[in-house]
Design a protein around this ligand. Structure first.
Ligand SMILES: [Zn+2]
Length: 368
């Protein structure tokens, strides 16, 4: 073989090898669908370390049955304790996807707004930046467009984005009227289900349960309403805002707060497995999970959040998607809640910076 053709052959082999090696990367198409879930005020401490023994206490945590709580959630190591509370998050999402927000791993995640309560937090994560005008939980229409509203303006997402929230302020945060998004919140009766019988059952549940919180509905209702909608309408983007963790936190009921953590984790699993059972979602859906704020760090103030509560600025985020490399627990990377909006868009193959120049960049290393 003449030298030139040998070189040519080597080049050719190298090229083929390079193409073959890069093929799996290039084949990582954006996700077609996104499920975004927020868990109101769920502390990173409980998520990453499991039950905090200081709050597993009659007075500090309002725990009714200490023996039962210990049996359910106390474990030898933080790794075992957190998996006992959130098995889907730790055994699936944090293994096959990524999780941000562990300060002990140099991965502190914080909010960009100064307020450390809900509307500013949700607006920050949904819009991609903190706006000083958003300074209360009042029912004021968000002057800024959320990533959901931006996506909804595109023909491929029109009529295919739905928001389910337990809280009656969410319609204002996502500007339901202006954005024309499908929004169901708080105690409003569901209007969509897989059958008239399911819809009747769902609506009866809303009507029969006590309105324990007038402006906030149990996650046990918001979740099945969202799941029915997912099955019936198969939206490209579903945003589910659950919030009982915050309510039981304010109520100083650490036992019920931990129970809701575990139930929220089971809801995440059910939503994910339901999606994977449907052709439209299987292998082409992203799951993004985060919170609107943290809470206090000690046995006195863990119940609370707000500008004066130290530590309530700390948050966490987790993501699972076919186009997300399995980097697990992210280390040595500090992030902001504001990065969630651009990450949501990026998972779907949309460049959010082109739609919202004020937005923070996507979380680093989430999408290849
Ligand atoms: Zn709260």
């Amino acid at each position: 073989m003449p030298l030139t053709s040998r070189v040519a052959r080597h080049v050719c082999v190298a090229l083929v090898t390079a193409l073959a090696c890069s093929a799996p990367l290039a084949a990582q198409a954006p996700a077609e669908n996104l499920i975004l879930v927020t868990l109101d005020g769920l502390r990173w401490q409980d998520v990453f370390r499991g039950m905090d023994p200081r709050m597993a206490h009659k007075d500090h945590g309002g725990v009714k049955d200490l023996f039962a709580l210990d049996r359910e959630f106390r474990r030898e190591t933080p790794e075992e304790a957190r998996a006992a509370l959130m098995p889907f998050l730790w055994n699936v999402v944090a293994v096959e996807g990524q999780i941000f927000g562990d300060p002990e791993k140099g991965a502190r995640a914080t909010i960009a707004n100064q307020h450390k309560f809900s509307y500013p937090g949700y607006s920050e994560l949904l819009c991609g930046f903190a706006d000083p005008r958003i300074d209360s939980n009042d029912k004021v229409v968000n002057p800024n467009r959320t990533v959901l509203e931006h996506l909804h303006a595109r023909p491929e997402f029109r009529g295919r984005i739905a928001v389910f929230s337990g809280w009656d302020v969410h319609p204002y945060m996502v500007a339901a009227e202006r954005s024309a998004l499908f929004v169901q919140s708080a105690w409003d009766l569901p209007t969509v289900a897989t059958s008239p019988e399911r819809l009747a059952w769902l609506r009866a549940s809303y009507e029969q349960l006590p309105r324990y919180w007038p402006s906030f509905c149990f996650d046990a209702l918001t979740f099945p309403a969202a799941k029915e909608y997912l099955l019936a309408r198969q939206p490209r983007v579903l945003y589910l805002a659950l919030g009982e963790t915050d309510e039981w936190g304010h109520g100083r009921r650490y036992d019920l707060y931990l129970q809701m953590m575990r139930r929220n984790d089971a809801m995440l699993r059910e939503l994910w497995e339901t999606a994977q059972s449907l052709e439209r979602y299987r292998g082409k859906t992203a799951l993004l999970i985060t919170v609107d704020h943290g809470r206090g760090r000690n046995e006195k103030d863990w119940t609370d959040h707000g500008a004066k509560v130290e530590g309530a600025e700390e948050v966490w985020m987790a993501v699972l998607s076919p186009n997300v490399p399995a980097l697990g627990v992210r280390e040595k990377v500090e992030t902001k809640l504001a990065q969630v909006a651009a990450t949501a868009a990026q998972l779907l193959g949309v460049d959010y910076a082109a739609l919202e120049p004020r937005a923070a960049a996507p979380l680093p290393g989430v999408v290849r």
